[in-house]
Design a protein around this ligand. Sequence first.
Ligand code: ZN
Length: 73
Amino acid sequence: MAKKPEPAAKPAVKPAAAKADMTKYVCSVCGYEYDPAKGDPDNGVKPGTPFSALPKDWVCPVCGATKDQFEKK
Ligand SMILES: [Zn+2]
């Protein structure tokens, strides 16, 4: 399989969408930690879902706090 060689002087710019945001968020009410690598399968959130990609109506599975009550870890 022949692959076209990349130009050597190509700048190493990564597209923003290529890397998912794996920042963990912690519920300020109960301390539940949302880990994007794990998601929230019990509530239909697949592993690998960034916090920012959660549905607007997603709430803390432990205490029911809304997204804006979560803080970056
Ligand atoms: Zn909570």
